[in-house]
Write a protein that binds this ligand. Structure first.
Ligand code: GLC
Length: 798
């Protein structure tokens, strides 16, 4: 591999080899795009001209200036921006990335590729190899199993419906080829913008290399500068889009089960919650509400009056969400099928006729969400459901799952030799040669779900423009956060799955997906009272808190297990509602900056390898360190506290003296307790528990503040849905000699909905004087201040 020609434009520099090319651009500050084309024939428009390439992930494609200079006797060409420089070796076709201070961030040892012409789908093997120094950690990779640091693992990126999955199953439902490298406390990012089937070997085969391989003709890579992990995540989400602020109700408690039989059972679930004084905001209707699994229909025997049911639920403060699967039953006379055929919205087989398979509906056909017309049609199908008062939509089986193929009177198991001969397949999905317009399934399989999510999101924005869409998806790809929340699919009621969910959600969060959760208490298998309680505690911090279980398993609503489990589950549901001001503000921060609500410890301790290994604990936002118990029978919990000072704050209350960080501790964690710590300088906004959400303009608000040199906090408030007025409150201050000062500032026009606020300031000695508060009290290291809601400054003299 070598380059012997360079074309230079102000925003694009292209290196040309005999049959290869490397195009460099900078779409955003601190971001380089490197299109590696190892075999030009398939990507060229003409001599010295690459064909434009469609992206499903990227939404910001700026054109920032680049400069070029030669070094080393002309052997190295350096492409530079303000933040990054790329040294391209002309004789070897390799590159090296440095930050503005000259530090080496990444090195590509080369890229190569070949085409494997085949009928009907030409596959490629396009490869790139990145140097992986032994002390570098590799995080991210979207929804993957394993520890937080994925070094030593091998991944396939091919959205797959796996039931059941295990702690080592790969691939799962989502494909997000993004990684965050971390060495000596400095982070950088790598994103491969390819919808084709990919593999990544994360220093498993060769401990010094991370190798990516695509079945597509090129490797369209983005490199991100840090230096902090949060900087990389901000840049990655600036490129691929950020999760919009969800409606408040979708952050409340959600109950679901595959197996609620009919409207009466839904009523009795809601009643059960209310009778047991358990908070609840939403109930899901799984596939049995449909008539014969026909999407966009109701089984009128089970659900005679969906709109009436939605109204009744709403009167109890509960929203309904229906499952929507993409497979459309092939049945002439069924409106959705007839429209799909008439509008030419369906995926076709290799011979050009509509592809027929089987999922829950048998036989079934598949909308082609890669095409705009099909998306617009599908988006419009939400209308009847929106009118009936359905508040959100749960997109499932959207890898897409397909159990069997149908050819005339014959059906083939998707994994049988016969089906394989029909066009290669992998997993229970469509064959590689299925046609999506002029593309083949092998190329667009991984973006099927993002197309469906886009269709739903845009449809809902049109149908109910005054409300924020709530969507939940199983499958997805890079950028999925722009449209929908993600849950991690069919887990089981295993302790190992509870623990695994932490690293999975942290990995998703680093990969841009903030609104996530795992099925609380496990989908498959039978849970126990103890597991339910422990999972409820962990789920209190999942941005998406949904209890969901499969047909045939033990019912797992909180009251099914008796005491003490019911009471403890209730306490944790109430804590979830107390935490909503903080969670809502974190989700707002995600929408603005892309940072996830759940953050690994290493996010703020990037050079600390002990923190890196703590992937059974996490930070909720920046300030609250949470160490849930994820093992049966345990009543103590080991934890590593990263740098800083930490106030023991188990169960959201003062539970000990502040501790210095960089130490391992053992915390008491009996069944009702989750050890937590509040960072010095951090603050947590809590409200009163409620049976369901109403507004995010909180009527009650208590700040819990761990006094330190610098204190900083933010709170976002609005009506909880829609696009109306808002208020962003910032607290700033800290120690000034022997005075502790806090100032409050706000932006936005939302009027206050409370008269007073409470400030709980920890780690102070008894004050001599307090200014700016209506009342104050000092008890056991805690200063309680009652302030006017519109306060601007409090000062405490010690
Ligand atoms: C899939 C989903 C699961 C759902 C079931 C029936 O397995 O992952 O959540 O309950 O299908 O619709």
């Amino acid at each position: 591999m070598r380059f012997d020609d360079i074309s230079i434009e102000s925003t694009r520099i292209t290196f040309w080899g005999p049959r290869t090319a490397l195009e460099v651009r900078s779409p955003l500050p601190g971001v380089l795009r490197l299109r590696h084309v190892p075999s030009l024939g398939h990507s060229a428009l003409g001599p010295r001209e690459l064909a434009p390439k469609q992206s499903w992930a990227v939404v910001e494609q700026g054109q920032r200036p680049l400069s070029l200079r030669r070094e080393m006797d002309g052997q190295v060409a350096v492409v530079a921006t303000e933040e990054l420089s790329l040294e391209v070796g002309l004789a070897q076709g390799n590159w090296l990335l440095r930050d503005a201070s000259g530090r080496e961030l990444a090195r590509c040892e080369g890229f190569s590729g070949e085409a494997m012409p085949d009928y009907p789908v030409t596959r490629f093997r396009s490869r790139i190899s990145l140097h992986a120094p032994p002390d570098e950690a590799w995080l991210g990779f979207g929804e993957k199993v394993g520890a937080l640091d994925k070094r030593g693992m091998h991944f396939v990126f091919w959205n797959t419906d796996v039931v059941p999955h295990h702690p080592d199953t790969d691939p799962l439902y989502q494909s997000i080829p993004f990684s965050l490298g971390l060495r000596d406390g400095v982070a950088w990012g790598f994103f491969l913008d390819e919808s084709w089937r990919l593999e990544a070997d994360v220093a498993a085969e060769d401990p010094t290399a991370v190798r990516w391989e695509s079945t597509g003709p090129e490797l369209d890579a983005y490199l991100f500068a840090g230096p902090l992990p949060a900087d990389v995540v901000r840049r990655y989400t600036a490129l691929t889009g950020r999760q919009p602020l969800p409606p408040l109700w979708s952050l409340g408690a959600q109950q679901s089960r595959w197996g609620y039989e009919n409207a009466n059972e839904i009523r009795s679930v809601i009643q059960g919650y209310r009778a047991h004084k358990l908070p609840l905001d939403c109930v899901y209707l799984d596939i049995d509400y449909m008539e014969g699994y026909k999407v966009w229909t109701w089984d009128r025997a089970r659900y005679p009056d969906p709109a009436g049911l939605a109204k009744e639920a709403a009167a109890q403060g509960v929203r309904l969400v229906t499952i929507i699967d993409p497979g459309v039953k092939a049945e002439p006379g069924y409106r959705v099928y007839d429209e799909a055929l008439a509008g030419d919205h369906l995926v076709r087989n290799d011979r050009g006729s509509v592809l027929v398979g089987e999922v829950w509906p048998k036989p079934a056909v598949f909308p082609d969400f890669t095409r705009e017309a099909a998306r617009a049609w599908w988006g419009g199908l939400h209308k009847g459901f929106v009118e009936a008062g359905i508040a959100g939509f749960w997109n499932d089986m959207n890898e897409p799952a397909c159990f069997r193929l149908v050819n005339g009177d014959e059906t083939f198991s998707i994994i049988s030799a016969a089906a394989r001969d029909k066009g290669k397949v992998e997993g229970p999905t469509l064959p590689h040669d299925a046609r999506h317009g002029d593309k083949r399934h092998l190329e667009v399989h991984n973006v099927y779900a993002i197309g469906m999510a886009q269709a739903a999101y845009e449809g809902l924005r049109k149908l109910a423009p005054e409300r924020r869409p709530f969507l939940l998806t199983r499958a997805g790809s890079a950028g999925i956060q722009r449209y929908t929340a993600v849950w991690t699919g069919d887990n089981s009621s295993y302790w190992s799955h509870m623990e695994l969910s932490i690293a999975m959600l942290l990995g998703l969060g680093l990969s841009g997906v903030s609104f996530t959760g795992s099925d609380v208490a496990g989908f498959m298998g039978n849970t126990t009272g103890e597991m339910l309680v422990r999972w409820q505690q962990l789920g209190t911090f999942y941005p998406l808190l949904r209890n969901h279980s499969a047909k045939g398993t033990r019912f797992q609503e909180p009251w099914r297990f008796g005491e003490p489990y019911l009471s403890i589950a209730r306490e944790w549901l109430e804590r979830r509602y107390q935490l909503l001001p903080t969670l809502y503000s974190l989700m707002h921060e995600s929408s603005q900056e892309g940072l996830p609500a759940l953050r690994p410890l290493v996010m703020y301790a990037p050079g600390d390898t002990e923190a890196l290994r703590m992937d059974d604990a996490f930070l909720f936002g920046r300030d609250l360190l949470v160490a849930p118990v994820v093992r049966q029978g345990r009543t103590r919990r080991h934890m590593y506290l990263p740098e800083g000072r930490w106030l023991p704050f188990s169960n959201l209350g003062l539970s000990g003296e502040p501790l210095e960080g960089r130490q391992h501790v053992l915390a008491e964690a009996p069944l009702g307790t989750v050890p937590m710590w509040l960072r010095a300088g951090g603050a947590l906004a809590l409200t009163e528990p409620a049976q369901h959400t109403t507004t995010a303009n909180w009527a009650h608000l208590t700040w819990h503040i761990h006094a330190a040199e610098h204190v900083e906090a933010r709170l976002y408030e609005d009506e909880g849905d829609g696009y109306g007025a808002s208020r962003l409150t910032r607290l700033a201050g800290g120690w000034k000699g022997d005075r502790f000062v806090l100032e409050r500032s706000t932006e936005g026009t939302l009027p206050l909905a409370r008269e007073t606020e409470t400030l709980c300031v920890y780690a102070l000695t008894p004050p001599r004087e307090v200014h700016g508060a209506r009342e104050h009290r000092f008890v056991d290291g805690l200063l309680l201040l009652e302030v006017e809601a519109g306060w601007s400054r409090v000062e405490v003299r010690l």
